[in-house]
Design a protein around this ligand. Structure first.
Ligand SMILES: [Zn+2]
Length: 268
């Protein structure tokens, strides 16, 4: 899933895209969002958008660099997180040693998760790097509340504020489209087309299944007026089939195949 998936953050995504295309990439960012928002994934998508040559400013999910990020093996991507208590001085020190080295590819990316929990010593150490950044390096701090960071750090970072990208939102739109198509008994080839444009990766496929499952669960509990068109056992059956498709994905079955199979079974 590239940055284009963050529909709830349209303005932010447009701003990011524009800055990347115009090569105005800053050396430090704070990504702020509540505890439910998956800031780590967003940070990775941001890095993909910077490095991707196929769809600069967005990320294509298919090229070598996008794939490397998705598989967590991009050589110059450094990830630091709290040990459960805090992000420690030594961790920042180790990170700085990595950033000093020549990047394998074009630039280093450093993501500091739980940046709010950095000790004051760690923050002061990081500050030195923010004041004299290594050329090309992009440092991204993930934060629930930037007020927990030293003012001197905040003032050296560009802020991205994430709105509502919690799990509930993932795959919702795509699932609605697919469910509507099924509900309206659209032809299989039409649904296949929707699938083709809505699902571009395994991650998308998982998100779609989550979204579909939530729709059927709402039907089950009469939270959706379309409930009257369904027998309870059909809904149970659909949920079962969704779970089966999820197992297929886990078992590395081709995701397009798994989804088409699901649609055929639910529709039939
Ligand atoms: Zn790409």
């Amino acid at each position: 899933m590239s940055l284009s998936k963050y529909q709830n953050n349209r303005k932010l995504i447009d701003r990011i895209k524009e800055s990347i295309i115009n090569e105005r990439i800053f050396h430090a960012y704070i990504i702020e969002g509540d505890s439910l928002s998956d800031k780590s994934t967003f940070a990775k998508e941001f890095c993909k958008a910077i490095t991707c040559r196929e769809m600069p400013g967005t990320g294509c999910d298919n090229c070598i660099t996008c794939t490397k990020f998705d598989h967590d093996n991009y050589e110059d991507y450094h990830f630091v997180e709290s040990d459960g208590m805090s992000v420690k001085d030594e961790q920042i020190s180790r990170l700085q040693a990595e950033l000093k080295k020549q990047p394998v590819l074009e630039r280093h990316f450093a993501v500091i998760k739980d940046a709010d929990t950095m000790t004051v010593r760690a923050q002061n150490r990081l500050l030195k790097t923010l004041e004299e950044p290594f050329p090309g390096t992009v440092i991204i701090l993930l934060s629930e509340n930037r007020e927990n960071l030293l003012e001197t750090i905040r003032s050296r970072c560009v802020l991205f504020r994430l709105e509502d990208i919690n799990e509930e939102a993932r795959g919702r739109e795509e699932a609605d489209m697919i469910f509507d198509a099924l509900y309206n008994e659209k032809a299989f080839f039409e649904i296949k087309q929707i699938l083709g444009s809505a699902v571009k990766s395994r991650e998308d496929a998982y998100a779609l299944l989550d979204g579909l499952e939530r729709i059927y669960e709402k039907l089950l509990t009469w939270q959706d007026s379309r409930r009257k068109m369904y027998r309870k056992e059909d809904i149970f059956k659909a949920i079962e089939l969704i779970e089966e498709a999820r197992r297929d994905l886990h078992a590395k079955v081709n995701y397009q195949y798994a989804l088409k199979n699901l649609i055929l079974k639910i529709g039939g």
